[in-house]
Design a protein around this ligand. Structure first.
Ligand SMILES: [Ca+2]
Length: 541
């Protein structure tokens, strides 16, 4: 017996010695999973192949096939509040954000995680890459919102908080991925789990893509946005992502202006949409590189991967019509309208009609609180943790739910205070129970989203949603009321028919959020604005 015990001890010693020298150090410190959060910018609900789109996204689709797709994930309709809330878990609040919240990196670092940030910063929480470097991220690479995809100086790139320069050819999505891979490489020998926030700038404007990617889509969009709204709508139903009873929302091109365009203009707007598709295609290729790296490191299986967009597709760029117009000056750089569309010298945006198509089947797009602005794909991949890989959850999840989910994965508690400061409580719920086919316990779940500059706001409670395109008079504004289970495409405004429910929802909005600093500042600003009478009338449908 003693001999066997001794042999066992020797065996263990040998095993420990070997394990310590194994290259795939992500046996980690036991079992704690890694976390990879992939965020894209201004991508619509139905652009991905696995969400009904015609854009080639085989790598993202494979995450969906091995994981879970959420059909009812919602964000703010704008970049910066979504990013604030993903990284903090609290409502996006312009006041004292940096003091009132902890970053997910600060929390996970306390639990022994290595923390990496790659990509775009935007918002008052982490306004720049220096703030990222200060707030818990071990390594960081990226730039502030905006700028060129081909020139790293237009919005200066920073590595670990310091200016970064290169003389090599630069394409932002590729270089962002290069740094993600480099950070993972440098981590390889660590025995800690990692958190990587990989926030691609694509497919946000300027529409910039590599010629070989654009070539794949050139000429594919000549049938115009209404054609693709119909094909996507049919595919979404076929995939089971949407209720087949829902009606397709009205088109931005409801008069079919596309058919009246000259062949030259059709060619131009086909080109714009091809560049947008190419940017998403390129993101997918780069996600493939990250997946390969995780597999080489032996930690693909033990990594919770999430993929989402920060808001719906972007309608900007069409001040005079529903298509698009060229931007000649941006961030002090001149662009050339005659340059090849999608090239470094051009600066085009997607425009309203294509953005509306990208957000099929929903109403509106980025900046507005109708479903096209709030709805994004959310794919969760975690090997062995999804009961039915490839399935779809129709439960309502939101941008607030990342933080509680990640804390659950890391077995970390959210504290009441941080560095002597009281911090705001989390408002979301972990989505992990839903991976096992679970359903949300709270059927009356509430959520508030807004975008101040456009005076748009919505409040959701259970199956009911109130939304306004102009909340300058707040409670006296024109509110629409929808049953978003029966009618998520917001075709049947019930505010007149069910004024009782409308009043109840307006009251619930006030009651649910009146004790939040965020809500207080929000309403006070609108009341103040309304008194001054300076709010512009919105005429969007
Ligand atoms: Ca965005």
């Amino acid at each position: 017996m003693k001999i066997l015990e001794a042999l066992g001890k020797v065996g263990l010693l040998v095993w420990f010695a070997l394990a310590g020298s194994l290259p795939q150090a992500n046996a980690v410190d036991g079992k704690r999973p890694n976390i990879l959060n992939i965020l894209v910018d201004d991508m619509g609900y139905s652009d991905l192949g696995c969400y009904g789109g015609e854009i080639k996204t085989p790598n993202i689709d494979s995450l969906a096939k091995g994981g879970l797709r959420f059909s009812s994930y919602r964000t703010y309709p704008k970049c910066f509040p979504t990013r604030n809330s993903i990284l903090s878990g609290i409502e996006s609040d312009p006041i004292n954000f940096q003091e009132d919240a902890m970053t997910i990196a600060e929390l996970l670092k306390m639990k022994g995680y290595r923390t990496y940030f790659v990509g775009k910063t935007h918002g008052n929480f982490l306004p720049d890459l220096q703030a990222v470097a200060r707030r818990g991220f071990d390594r960081s690479f990226g730039n502030e919102a905006g700028g060129s995809f081909f020139n790293h100086k237009v919005k200066q790139c920073y590595l670990d908080g310091k200016e970064w320069h290169t003389d090599k050819p630069f394409y932002k999505t590729d270089v962002q991925t290069d740094f993600a891979l480099e950070f993972l490489d440098s981590y390889k020998e660590s025995r800690k789990p990692f958190f990587l926030h990989l926030a691609y700038h694509a497919p946000h404007y300027p529409l910039h893509a590599k010629p070989e990617d654009i070539a794949k889509y050139r000429g594919k969009y000549l049938q115009g946005p209404n054609h693709f709204r119909k094909t996507r709508f049919a595919k979404l139903k076929e995939l089971g992502l949407i209720n087949p009873e829902w009606k397709l929302s009205p088109s931005s091109d409801d008069n079919n202006e596309w058919e009246k365009l000259s062949a030259e203009d059709k060619n131009k707007y086909d080109h714009l949409m091809a560049v947008y598709a190419a940017m998403i295609d390129n993101v997918d290729q780069n996600i493939g590189r990250v997946m390969t790296k995780l597999k080489e490191m032996g930690c693909f299986e033990n990594t919770l991967i999430t993929f989402s967009s920060d808001n719906g597709a972007c309608p900007e760029g069409s001040p005079f019509n529903i298509w698009s117009s060229h931007t000649n000056q941006r961030f002090g750089v001149s662009y050339d309208e005659t340059a090849e569309i999608g090239s470094a010298k051009s600066h085009w945006k997607l425009g309203e009609a294509w953005a509306n198509m990208s957000s099929t089947p929903f109403r509106m797009y980025k900046n507005y609180c109708h479903e096209g602005g709030l709805s994004s794909p959310l794919i969760v991949h975690w090997s062995g943790k999804v009961d039915e890989p490839g399935s779809i959850s129709h439960e309502f999840v939101s941008v607030y739910d990342f933080m509680p989910s990640w804390l659950e994965v890391a077995k970390a508690e959210y504290p009441m205070s941080f560095e002597g400061r009281k911090i705001e409580p989390l408002v979301g719920e972990s989505f992990l129970p839903l991976l096992n086919g679970g359903v949300a316990e709270d059927k009356e779940r509430t959520a508030l989203f807004w975008y101040k500059s456009k005076s748009t706001v919505c409040f959701i409670k259970g199956k009911w949603k109130i939304v306004t395109l102009d909340c300058s008079k707040f409670e006296n504004s024109k509110w629409e009321l929808y049953d978003i289970i029966e009618d998520r495409t917001e075709q049947n405004d019930l505010s007149a028919k069910n004024s009782e429910k409308l009043s109840e929802m307006k009251k619930a909005l006030v009651e649910s959020f009146s004790d939040h600093e965020a809500y207080d500042s929000f309403t006070k600003q609108f009341v103040k604005k309304s008194k001054k009478g300076k709010t512009k009338k919105k005429t969007k449908k």
